[in-house]
Write a protein of this length. Structure first.
Lengths: 340, 340, 340
């Protein structure tokens, strides 16, 4: 179980309650009143624990598990030991995620405004907002209901934040709008000037950055990630985008719905990503490109040209993955031939 | 126009005033009293707007623009529509930058010292300095006239900051000198210990880092960028260097005048960059190297050897770009041959 | 000498005291009472200065040095000028590190608790702890003797910190334990949620992150580095690990004793590093891998498979370094052949 120093468990729940919350099905004959007290991996789960089988690699662990219940795809349910209630789910990992959120809901701090927070008198805060110590909230800022603003967060003049947003400590936000239910992790920097200047040997001349950052609903932005505001157009992050730590998003970039950007990705100015683009860790994307919906950019690749929808690219300069594999195999053969 | 929630426009200006500020020339017969109220892209500009044509790709947009005036190179001025005053400039983007700064000057906050700032009694602040809430300024710190120190900025003992420096919220500075008119964006970390230790299986032994960070005039340092102080020699950033977000600069590194380091660049200890070196995003440079003046390091390359002045390198390990192109073409051919 | 604005020198010391502290040997006939006042490089050292010769490249500088004493391996001691006392050491750089720490001990601030720190009444602080302005310390936090908590540090509920830990300004810590004598540099983010969700076109579903971060003794964690807490298992950093700036460590990662991670390294979830693994700058390691004890990952490489103990890998995808060299040579030859 999770360390009670840090986590507070809810429940217990009956297996029927859990199945309902997770959109899973109880098999015929299962006892709907079976009580579950916690979540655990297949290997360590006991009779009161809920687990899941997502990857067929672990079918044997499933067959040997002492868990009281587990989410599983119908085709593997037959392997369940007699002591385990198989909860049938199309996507057992998603079902587990929903169930784990029932056992470990995010703690809601009391909706208190720290007396040390500096809040401009023209700022408007919704109901049940919490603001941590030493937060600084600028003029004309609007913060929606139930938002949680961490300690030391600095929110610049005019920023608008929708409801149920959580901003962890030490973030800075300026020149931006943030959609509902978005979470921003510690140290993220949002809305500062983009990297724009006219190069000149006599001294580069900075170009005023006159756009904003528009962040959608249900977005996550990782720790110490940086998102610059637009130069004139806006920088845009679509609904449901998941952005990991230490990611750089340049000015005028537009990121579609549900995109996933793993840690240390960098996206240069004015590049557009369609919906559900996946970029692995340390991917770099040059400026002014278009990456099609559903494209996959393998970890560490360097994208120098547009990528069509649905295509997977790899390497530097990034090429479609089959081509990359052929290239790599060709190099290996060549190196071996000469090695002899 | 820029969102008035976040930006305050100055002006209007006559076209003659704008031409004078931007170092551009009014063509014969143009009305010097034409009034301009804002800046805008060629496509969306109206009769009161100022625009620019820098990239010949947009000549058609220029020819069709409804802008009142636009900076343009003399050779394209003939394509101006009759309603548009072409302002002749050698470098239209630089002229635009200067004009945009006239319309959107950086807002100067009132020179107030927040009552919550903790300022050591031995620190000396110049005239018209502003210090934000919760800033912490150490012993013997000196801060020049008109500096703007953001909220939560922490400045360690002895640091000296010249005039007109702007430090955005949440930066930490120690063991450093900062030149005039330099801007440091949120979350930058300057002057902490370099990564220096004597490796030892019984426990690595840290080597005291006894140098400083010397930052020149008119420098920009991006959000969450880290610049370690020297180990004995200093870490140096030359005048006019432009450093983007999430860049790492190791101890004893020296960066010349006007260098441009795009986001997520990493420079290992004791490497020296000449003047006007350009490093693309995610470039890595090994330690103890010399990169000549005007060298260009293509995005994502890994530099393992010295680079001569003026040379462009690419790839890993980085080689001159022509060689990289030949290598890449050779691999592609080889892979295709085998693919058949 | 180090700039007295920023550094306070201790001493002087006799050469015998220094030899004893550094584990070095005085040669027969040397005057043990010779007084040393500072450390300096071989080239600039004077008669009162202590230096060292570690790299044979600098034997000539050693032979010409005016230093009063220098650490040197026995085989080079014969090259010492007559005015220089050669202090015999197996590892002269380590000996220098220890001596430099004698001359420049880390300043110990007075053990004061800033009146502006917000400390939960249930937190327990050891003796001689210092807490900087605007630090925020949560419920049930435990902080060991002689810890130094910088200004604006935020420590979440339940965190336990052992003795003699130094946390620089602006760090955030949650869901973690920190071992004795560990140093955390400014802006590091430790213990926030890992990047875990069930992908779903209808909206990715976040998976609660129920683990912790366990940091060992004598660890260093660089500026703006991010270490996510585990998803269920813990994220672990072994004793004596040295982690540079802007490093990303994903959930469930385990890092062995004495590992060295240079700046901008990224390690994906659930990967395990043995002891004394060295990863160069900008290395990326995929998830769920095992990297053996003593493996070396060359700068900028992308590790996609397990690496056996003691092996050095390079490139993308990373291969053993000899293979990489062969591949690179083969590509160069091929490109040249076609270039003709």
């Amino acid at each position: 179980m999770a360390d009670p120093r840090f986590f507070t468990r809810a429940g217990p729940f009956t297996v029927a309650e859990i199945a309902a919350r997770a959109g899973a099905e109880l098999p015929p004959g299962a006892d709907p009143e079976l009580v579950l007290v916690d979540v655990a991996p297949l290997e360590t789960a006991g009779p009161g624990d809920l687990s899941f089988l997502d990857n067929r690699k672990y079918v044997d662990a499933f067959a040997a598990s002492r868990a009281g219940a587990a989410f599983v795809r119908p085709e593997h349910a037959g392997r369940a030991p007699s002591t385990l209630v198989p909860l049938l789910a199309k996507d057992p990992y998603k079902a587990y995620a929903l169930a784990a959120r029932a056992f470990y809901p995010e703690p809601a701090p009391p909706a208190t405004i720290s007396p040390t927070a500096v809040i401009d008198p023209t700022a408007r805060l919704g109901t049940d907002v919490s603001v941590g110590p030493y937060a600084v909230i600028g003029a004309r800022v609007e913060i929606g209901d139930r938002c949680r603003i961490g300690s030391h967060v600095v929110i610049g003049d005019g920023v608008i934040i929708a409801e149920d947003v959580r901003i962890h400590p030490h973030c800075t936000l300026s020149h931006c709008f943030v959609g509902p239910r978005t979470t921003i992790f510690p140290g993220a920097r949002i809305g500062q000037d983009g990297f724009g200047f006219a190069p000149d040997p006599a001294g580069h001349v900075r170009v005023p950055q006159l756009g904003r950052v528009i962040i959608g609903a249900d977005v996550e932005i990782g720790a110490n990630t940086t998102i610059d505001r637009g130069a004139g157009p806006d920088t845009i992050v679509g609904d449901g985008a998941m952005i990991d730590n230490l990611v750089q998003i340049g000015h005028n970039v537009a990121i579609g719905r549900g995109c996933v950007l793993v840690a240390q990705v960098g996206i240069s100015g004015s590049t557009k990503l369609g919906d559900f683009v996946m970029a692995g860790g340390q991917v770099g994307i040059a400026g002014h490109l278009t990456i099609g919906t559903g494209a996959r950019l393998a970890a560490k690749c360097g994208v120098m040209r547009d990528v069509a929808a649905g295509v997977t690219v790899c390497g530097f300069p990034a090429v479609p993955i089959k081509e990359f594999m052929r290239q790599f195999a060709a190099i290996e053969r060549l190196a071996k031939k000469r090695g002899k």
